[in-house]
Design a protein around this ligand. Structure first.
Ligand code: A2P
Length: 319
């Protein structure tokens, strides 16, 4: 299985299973199926509201001897309402309990967005706290302490712009080891990839298939359907594979891990097999031309009435 290495030699299986949007009732079976066909990397988060169910599947798989804890890579994330330094370890311990494990391989700050302590979904202006690097650095120090305590093996962030990564790095004792961001042919983020490569930060691509099953409330009125893109479909026909496999092979060829979500046995297998697909230079060039800086997950859900956050501010982009 293709892996990407951390500085200490630990290896991240490049193709993982995404669990965002995997419904209660479905995720248990999906995780067991994934483990049985060879997935060894599962991406989780408490905000997905299904970590306990993922944990039940893991407990079953461990008990059945289907997989050892040491050969499995588990990622989880710190939610925006738990950024207070004293909240970090309790939040992590809740994930450990829910997942039924005593350490997590990779723990990430989920968003560069801060809520008042305990808020899950903000409803009012005062549910938000303004972003500041100083505040983020204090959260980060608490993650560093979790690593030092052996509760997590690696620490990193999600949804960070290059500017925010730079700022965090300059304050950090232990530098971030991962940035998990939305990446696919419509949002290629080459500057981000170059920055991360130059700074020893691994990158994981989320929503690599275009995240078509997002709830309607999180979708824009007109969204492009990545899996139907004619160039991607043509390349799939050329190789006798599916569009999803082309998207995943492209992600891995760029040396980014990818965490496609599926709860369907056939598609779970299809996605895992994409790691064996090699797409050629012409395919890479044709896909490179599809970039349009398009975000399916733009963070607009954090910019409601009274919020100090804007989409442009989250990504440090001029709009
Ligand atoms: P399902 O879970 O029914 O398989 P993303 O990972 O970008 O968020 O995309 C997840 C969406 O893509 C889900 O709707 C998922 O549906 C679907 N999906 C996952 N794998 C495939 C595949 N190989 N072909 C087509 N759709 C897929």
């Amino acid at each position: 299985m293709l892996t990407f290495s951390f500085a200490n030699g630990d290896r991240l299986p490049a193709l993982g299973l995404g669990t965002w949007k995997a419904a209660p009732g479905a995720v248990y079976t999906a995780v067991l199926e994934a483990l049985s066909i060879g997935y060894r990397h599962i991406d989780c988060a408490p905000i997905y509201q299904n970590e306990a169910e993922v944990g039940k599947a893991l407990t079953k798989a461990f008990a059945a001897g289907q997989v050892d804890r040491q050969e499995l890579w588990l990622t989880s994330k710190l939610w925006n309402g738990s950024h207070g330094p004293e909240q970090v370890q309790p939040a992590l311990k809740k994930s450990l309990t829910d997942l039924g494990v005593d350490y997590i391989d990779l723990y990430l700050i989920h968003w560069p967005v801060i809520f008042k302590s305990g808020v899950t979904y903000p409803r009012r202006a005062d549910d938000y706290l303004p972003f500041s690097i100083d505040s983020l650095s204090q959260t980060w120090q608490a993650l560093e302490a979790c690593k030092t305590a052996g509760l997590v093996r690696h620490i990193g962030v999600c949804n960070f712009s290059v500017a925010k990564l730079r700022a965090l790095q300059s304050e950090a004792g232990i530098r971030p080891e991962m940035n998990q961001v939305e990446l696919h042919p419509y949002l290629q983020q080459n500057d981000m990839l170059n920055f991360c490569r130059d700074n020893g930060i691994l990158v994981t691509a989320y929503s690599p298939l275009g995240s078509g099953d997002r709830p309607a409330a999180l979708k824009k009125a007109e969204e492009p359907i990545l899996l139907d893109n004619p160039t991607v479909v043509r390349i799939a026909e050329k190789h006798g594979c599916t569009a999803a496999q082309v998207l995943l092979a492209w992600a891995l060829a760029r040396k980014t891990a990818a965490i496609p979500k599926s709860v369907n046995p056939e598609r779970l297998q299809q996605n895992l097999s994409a790691a064996e697909l090699v797409i050629d230079e012409q395919d890479m060039a044709d896909i490179a031309a599809l970039d349009r800086g398009y975000r399916f997950v733009d963070g607009a859900f954090f910019t409601g009435k009274g919020s100090p956050y804007t989409v442009a501010g989250i990504w440090d982009e001029r709009r």
